[in-house]
Write a protein that binds this ligand. Structure first.
Ligand SMILES: C[S@@+](CC[C@H](N)C(=O)[O-])C[C@H]1O[C@@H](n2cnc3c(N)ncnc32)[C@H](O)[C@@H]1O
Length: 258
């Protein structure tokens, strides 16, 4: 079945292609959100469980899946760092969609244990998606690369100043190593170029500025707002000239338990 999603649709379509004629069976969405839950609820599965560390995310996921939630499906709020989460539950297909990069927000420093934790829950196949890190890098040479890098650094700095924890992404090579150490054999990997447009720029800058008014230093908050608008203007101008900011990549990995 074709995914109706626009966000990451190439990644989900690639996973469908990798899966081929094999039945999805039972599915575990190990880090759910509105995109992956809508996608998996359209697949022909026996049942699915979708896990999130956040009750807000669970509410959004429930709303977005609507009537597609069957009696055998469940949305679970829990933390993979909790050894009791999903005890004894094994799924044919496990999906870790943009989960690794979000781990710092729920269980900092848990990343090297994530795939070991998911291994006993995986009967047949694990699909991992992620984003190649673009913030903790040297200054990019291209105009688009530099703008994306500046937006990412600005966003993360604002998130930290507001007392929250930004995402921490990992490169495909690191994930492949971790999967092998955790008892998986990697069957396929593929990178995808991302064409970031207005939605991305506005989304990232909104993450940065929302809640800045709660900073005790109002002058600093005001300056950060101005900086965000400057970055927004520059990025939207470049997108109107070049069509998109296309220096980032995401990836899909297929792995099987051995
Ligand atoms: C970036 S979001 C989800 C992306 C999602 N697949 C989508 O639809 O776009 C990451 C998800 O992983 C969850 N998560 C992060 N760390 C977690 C942990 N330690 N245990 C359980 N869930 C976690 C977050 O709560 C969130 O639901």
């Amino acid at each position: 079945m074709k995914s109706q999603q626009r966000k990451h649709s190439a990644l989900y379509r690639y996973i469908e292609k990798l899966q081929g004629d094999r039945p999805w069976g039972t599915i575990l969405d190990a880090g759910t959100g509105v995109n992956s839950i809508r996608w998996l609820s359209e697949l022909s599965s026996e049942r699915w469980s979708a896990v999130t560390g956040s009750s807000t995310e669970a509410k959004l996921a429930r709303e977005s899946v609507g009537a597609a939630l069957r009696s055998q499906d469940q949305i679970v709020v829990g933390n993979w760092a909790d050894s009791q989460l999903m005890t004894e539950e094994v799924y044919d297909t496990v999906i870790a969609d943009y989960l690794l990069g979000a781990i710092d927000g729920c269980s900092p420093y848990f990343q090297p244990y994530l795939f070991k934790r998911l291994r006993p829950h995986t009967r047949k196949v694990l699909y991992v998606t992620g984003l190649e890190p673009y913030v903790p890098t040297d200054e990019p040479k291209t105009k688009a690369g530099k703008l994306i890098w500046e937006i990412g650094r600005f966003r993360d700095a604002c998130v930290l100043m507001k007392g929250a924890v930004p995402y921490r992404e990992y490169p495909l090579a690191w994930v492949v190593d971790q999967l092998q150490l955790a008892g998986f054999a990697v069957r396929a990997t593929k990178h995808f170029n991302i064409r970031y447009k207005k939605l991305f720029v506005n989304g990232q800058l909104n993450i940065a500025v929302n809640g800045l008014e709660r900073l005790p230093d109002h002058g600093l908050a005001q300056s950060l707002h101005c900086r965000a608008e400057k970055l927004r203007e520059e990025a939207l101008q470049l997108i109107s000239e070049e069509g998109a900011l296309d220096t980032c990549r995401n990836y899909v990995i297929e792995a099987e338990p051995v």
